[in-house]
Design a protein around this ligand. Structure first.
Ligand SMILES: Nc1ncnc2c1ncn2[C@@H]1O[C@H](COP(=O)(O)OP(=O)(O)OP(=O)(O)O)[C@@H](O)[C@H]1O
Ligand SMILES: [Mg+2]
Length: 234
């Protein structure tokens, strides 16, 4: 793997307003977040509070209506930014675990993980070897030849986590990565994240409803109706 640059991803005063057919929804109002190397940040809050919106903006998959996203101190996304131009940056630096697994249906589990590396210039053989190791680390070592439709929701989610780790990202953004997993497997995923933060200095952000994982977080952002709640002692 090529050398990684360690840098913080910073979301500054970001708002997102959705307007359609006369309705106006403020999904997020002036949310701020700094994801530093070697830390795990939790985002919690009720359904509809803006967690996914914040993650999509931090992950350069949506532009904000106001505010900006910085990497290494430089603005990389702001209102009107062309996100297509950031595709190579996203591939090199960001690992995304979506709320729904989002796997490519006509590729096997192993191919879903390997293709993320091949698109980043890694050779097929090397990509497949690493895909096998990542799937094994997530307890999916014997399911690489299966297609997504042959896997349970939780298994698909673990393939998508392996895919997010594939390019040794600087930052991992995970939206409810443990929601479809039972207690033991969910804990395994949180341990993988904690280990990546501690050993590889990855900056990790996890959206979760599950209070069990609070012990894995270095810091926590609580959202309600698109607004950050004041930090409370836990
Ligand atoms: N494309 C869209 N158009 C209009 N409104 C949207 C859109 N996407 C999200 N919203 C609204 O923005 C608000 C925040 O949504 P978001 O998906 O960020 O919530 P969430 O905290 O992730 O919820 P959940 O826990 O259910 O996943 C909600 O009221 C939602 O209905
Ligand atoms: Mg969500």
């Amino acid at each position: 793997m090529s050398a990684r640059r360690l840098a913080a991803l910073e979301v500054r005063n970001v708002s997102k307003i959705y307007e359609s057919a006369g309705s106006r929804v403020t999904a997020l109002a002036a949310g701020s977040l700094t994801l530093s190397p070697g830390t795990v940040t939790g985002i919690v809050g009720p359904s509809g509070s803006g967690k996914t919106t914040l993650l999509m903006i931090a992950g350069l998959l949506e532009t904000p209506t106001a505010g900006e996203v910085l990497f290494d101190g430089r603005v990389i996304s702001r209102p009107g930014s062309r996100l297509n131009d950031l595709r190579a940056f996203r591939r090199a630096h960001l690992g995304f675990v979506f709320q729904k697994a989002n796997l490519i249906p006509f590729l096997t589990a192993a191919d879903n993980v390997a293709i993320a590396m091949q698109l980043n210039g890694v050779g097929r053989q090397k990509a497949h070897a690493r895909a096998g190791r990542l799937l094994a680390a997530l307890g999916m070592g014997d399911r690489g030849a299966n297609y997504p439709s042959q896997l349970s929701g939780g298994e698909q989610q673990r393939v998508s986590i392996a895919r997010a780790l594939a390019n040794d990202p600087t930052v991992i953004l995970a939206d409810e990565p443990t929601a479809a997993l039972d207690g033991g497997r969910a804990e395994m995923v949180m341990k993988v994240f904690r280990h990546l933060a501690d050993s590889r200095q990855v900056a990790i952000c996890v959206v979760t409803h599950d209070v069990r994982w609070i012990g894995y977080f270095d810091s926590k952002l609580e959202l309600e109706d698109g607004r950050a709640l004041p930090v409370r002692a836990t």
